[in-house]
Design a protein around this ligand. Structure first.
Ligand code: NI
Length: 141
């Protein structure tokens, strides 16, 4: 019998500082492009990781407690109360917009979640504020 396909999501929060600044541009161009976000500031971030899969005989897609532990180990412990532009090795090469943060989080956990196949990482959603959030589904344009 086919298993019902279900998406499960774990949400985590962290606080971090950042600044949107492209070193290839002049200060004036950076101010024009990023506005207030060119100034150093902080966010109370939240992010949600969704895993998609069949409901197995255990009644679960994946143990949400294990997902929580992976997110805390691979992401939260590296970004909470840090400066995203300089303190986080896996963000060092990118401008820490919510988009780039979502992609970096995906890349950080995808390999760990492969151990839980056949369920699959489906979406990473990053909230920079309650109103602004971005979604990444692991695809390139
Ligand atoms: Ni910001």
């Amino acid at each position: 019998m086919p298993q019902p396909l279900v998406e499960i999501t774990r949400r985590e929060v962290f606080s971090a500082a950042h600044r949107l600044h492209d070193p290839r541009l002049s200060d004036e161009e950076n101010r024009r492009l990023y506005g207030m976000c060119n100034t150093e500031h902080g966010h109370n971030y939240a992010f949600e990781v969704t895993v998609r899969g069949g409901v197995s005989a255990s009644g679960m897609v994946m143990d949400l407690n294990q997902l929580m532990l992976i997110l805390r180990e691979e992401i939260v412990s590296h970004v909470d109360h840090k400066h995203l532009n300089r303190d986080v090795a896996f963000l060092r090469e990118v401008i820490p917009t919510a988009e780039n943060v979502a992609v970096a989080f995906w890349n950080r956990i995808e390999a760990r979640l492969r151990a839980f196949e056949p369920c699959q990482l489906h979406r990473v959603r990053v909230y920079e504020s309650r109103e602004n959030f971005v979604d990444y589904h692991g695809q390139s344009a």
